[in-house]
Design a protein around this ligand. Structure first.
Ligand SMILES: [Zn+2]
Length: 470
């Protein structure tokens, strides 16, 4: 970190530096609780993790701290630290404290639930996703108060840290609706997204949505001998192959009817930023399962293809005989598992309708088609880059990182759109982790100096917001 930490021009930085050792020690303690939400054997640990966070908040002086559980939901933590000015803006920081399983555990170089500091990197499950980033916000609030030399922040800060994000947030809608008054705010700060790269900090402005479904074609009631009946009856596997082949045109565009009708293209400013981010196609391919060549929709760069363009992917094809050797049959049934990544303003329910129409048009006579959706889907979300709150986050990040911060998005999906819809306010992203933190994989880590800068940015943001949101 350049600049004098005692420099009075950077009180937030000085405060973050003063708290840094305690921050790492506390985070290591939290990481030692194996809060694996997807594994019922660890649900008591998820509860313990929630209690740990609640205790940490009370130690930091947050006056209103609650653990929300019940109705089979894993516990979420809510806290509120009011501004001195009752008319100050209210912000809600969203994160999660549940973590992914650690298998295969033998591939970890350090114990997954100890929090091992190696140089600047802290290794452990949840270090990056998402305990590190939640802890970053606790530090940001402390630094904000210390910089102000005050007991109350410039904005009322609420914290909502759920325990089921890694399970797909099955109770989030109910939690948001049950606690609508507690969660009321003017802005949500979503803290579960990475910077683009260590030397290229970015502000994420959106996440893609998701819709998934399995399409099943069924012919007769049983497989039939291909010599006796082959050539005389429809083959479900051939029909699935034709449907899959029809999914994209030669330019890589998805051929579901009306698929692009609601797509909002990124602004020129966003595309210009994406084009100047450091990008190495070979590294990208190596990190993308060792792919041999790029593919995708014509007219868009690789980053644009994963950030701002919708997709259709075949996740699996099932049908017929797949054992050793040959079995000469016409199968009775075949299926394909499809997923669609969506961008604003596509809606999962409209994609479901379009898929139904597409499947109907590609179901040959003599076969019946069934579509089995995987849940309701996740809507996409993006913020306009000229929104005052986005500009404030960008300014705070630029001050903390001491360099220009460009726009980015992420190709994955999360509950930002749901938060926007249920709480009814804009959602901005403030994260300080990296895409190569190996989240969900062995050897998850977080780069501690980036979390400290993220905390500084958050502390600066709380100071900026009253003026920017007025
Ligand atoms: Zn996460």
């Amino acid at each position: 970190m350049s600049g004098d930490p005692e420099n009075p021009e950077h009180p937030e930085r000085a405060a973050v530096a003063a708290f840094a050792d305690d921050f790492v020690a506390d985070l290591r303690e939290w990481l030692s609780i194996p809060s694996i939400g997807t594994d019922p054997a660890h649900h008591e640990d998820v509860a313990r993790s929630a209690r740990w966070l609640a205790d940490a908040l009370r130690r930091d002086g947050w006056p209103d701290v609650q653990v929300w559980s019940g109705s089979g939901a894993l516990p979420a933590v809510y806290a509120c630290l009011p501004a001195a000015d009752p008319d100050a803006p209210v912000v809600l920081v969203y994160g999660h404290h549940d973590v992914q399983p650690v298998d295969p555990v033998e591939q970890w170089h350090y114990p997954p639930f100890e929090g091992t500091l190696v140089g600047e990197e802290l290794f452990g499950r949840g270090a990056s996703d998402d305990k590190g980033q939640v802890a970053m916000h606790l530090l940001g609030v402390k630094a904000h108060l210390a910089a102000l030399r005050a007991d109350h922040p410039s904005v009322t800060i609420k914290l909502f840290v759920e325990g089921e994000e890694e399970s797909g947030s099955p109770n989030l809608t109910r939690l948001l609706d049950d606690h609508v008054d507690d969660l009321a705010c003017d802005l949500v700060v979503f803290t579960d997204t990475p910077l683009y790269a260590r030397d290229a900090p970015t502000i994420c402005t959106g996440q893609r949505g998701l819709y998934g479904a399995e399409v099943v074609f069924t012919g007769g009631t049983a497989d039939v001998h291909s010599g006796r009946a082959g050539g005389s009856v429809p083959n479900p596997a051939t029909a699935i192959a034709r449907l899959v082949a029809a999914l994209h045109d030669d330019q890589g565009r998805v051929r579901l009817p009306g698929f692009y009708a609601d797509v909002i293209e990124p602004t020129a400013a966003e595309r210009a930023d994406y084009a100047t981010l450091p990008f190495d196609q070979d590294v990208w391919l190596a990190n993308s399962g060792g792919a041999q060549a790029e593919a995708g929709e014509e007219g868009w760069s690789t980053l644009e293809r994963v950030w701002v363009r919708p997709t259709a992917e075949v996740n699996g094809i099932l049908g017929g005989y797949a054992g050793p050797g040959l079995k000469t049959i016409v199968p009775s049934r075949a299926a394909v598992k499809l997923s669609f990544r969506l961008v604003p303003d596509q809606r999962p329910e409209r994609i479901a309708d379009a898929l139904r129409e597409f499947v109907d048009a590609h179901t040959p006579p003599g076969l019946s088609a069934e579509i089995i959706p995987r849940g309701d889907g996740t809507p996409p979300y993006a913020m306009p880059v000229d929104h005052p709150a986005v500009r404030a986050v960008k300014e705070a990040l630029e001050a903390a990182f001491e360099q220009p911060v460009r726009f980015s998005r992420t190709g994955g999906s999360g509950p930002a759109a749901l938060l926007r819809q249920r709480i009814g306010v804009p959602v901005v992203y403030l994260g300080a982790t990296l895409p190569d933190d190996r989240i969900h994989a062995p050897n998850e880590r977080v780069v501690v100096p980036l979390l400290l800068r993220g905390a500084e940015a958050a502390a600066r943001l709380w100071r900026l917001l009253p003026e920017r949101l007025s």
